[in-house]
Design a protein around this ligand. Structure first.
Ligand code: LIP
Length: 279
């Protein structure tokens, strides 16, 4: 997408650039923290929705670090974080942060986790907010994915784009599963109907990095049901500015929202199949 900020009735481009620069700086500093101070035996501080939905001490330390840096840089903005202890604001701008996305990977020493920061305008609701800038840092690899609204998506400063369209049978598709066993069982049933219709499946364990993988062509598509806003806030903007069609279906009484990101032709084919499979 190459529209300018003015075309999209967005804040001035300099503000967007400043917000992106703050997000890059703060996310990289938190990334250094979670790598440099990762103990050999990562301590689980608590659990959330299930006994496998863990919060490590480093999740909380990363969020505390992000909160302090963002309050210092933008004191009037709100902060919505995955872990307890966000912040209210008066500016109408909210920073949506995931201090470690892919926490279980981090716990096990699997080098596929991210610090994710998005900055949005409006209510902190992913169905209504306007994403202004987003940054996803993989602290283990040092890769920095970034984008601002109406601009370009970048990896380490170089412009990135989604892979060209392919037939579904040639599509490498990422996905993920919920923390509740009974939900994973249902998700696996839908996946059983999909896996023979695509090239292959990848379950990498970090929604933020999966969305960035679509943005740079490492995946042809990514979908997942039941994510939290902080999991996908930044990666969705990066994927969209890289040319992906990103949709977030409204959750209903039966299930939580379904996110789908892919090159538009692939997205249209996959969307219908996911609906057919009840994914
Ligand atoms: C994770 C997501 C992942 C999903 C996991 C978990 P967390 O976020 O990034 O895509 O499949 O179940 O929700 O909990 O590591 O921040």
């Amino acid at each position: 997408m190459s529209l300018s900020a003015g075309d999209l009735d967005l804040p001035d481009a300099p503000l967007l650039a400043d917000l992106e620069a703050i997000a890059v700086d703060v996310a990289r500093s938190a990334g250094r923290l979670v790598v440099d101070e990762r103990p050999d035996a990562v301590e689980v501080a608590s659990t959330k929705s299930t006994t496998t939905d863990v919060v490590t001490v480093m999740d909380q330390r990363s969020q505390d670090h992000l909160l302090a840096r963002l309050r210092e840089a933008r004191p009037d903005d709100a902060v919505l974080g995955e872990e307890s202890g966000g912040a209210s604001g008066t500016s109408g701008i909210t920073w949506v942060i995931d201090p470690i996305d892919g926490t279980v990977n981090y716990l096990y020493g699997i080098r596929q986790y991210a610090v994710s920061i998005a900055v949005v305008e409006g209510d902190p609701d992913p169905h209504t907010w306007r994403a202004l800038a987003g940054v996803v840092v993989n602290p283990a690899s040092g890769e920095v994915f970034a984008a601002s609204a109406g601009g370009v998506a970048t990896l380490d400063g170089a412009t990135i784009a989604v892979a060209p369209p392919v037939e579904l049978s040639q599509a490498l598709v990422g996905t993920g599963f919920g923390y509740r066993a009974e939900i994973r069982v249902e998700q696996a049933k839908a996946l059983a109907g999909l896996i023979g219709r695509v090239r292959d499946i990848r379950r990498q364990g970090s929604a933020a990095l999966d969305l960035c993988a679509v943005a740079c062509g490492r995946l042809n598509a990514y979908f997942e049901r039941g994510l939290n806003p902080w999991d996908h806030a930044a990666g969705s903007l990066i994927a969209a500015e890289a040319g992906a069609r990103v949709t977030l279906s409204p959750g209903d009484g039966r299930a939580r929202a379904l996110i789908l990101a892919a090159e538009p032709e692939v997205a249209a084919m996959l969307e219908g199949l996911l609906l057919e499979l009840g994914a």
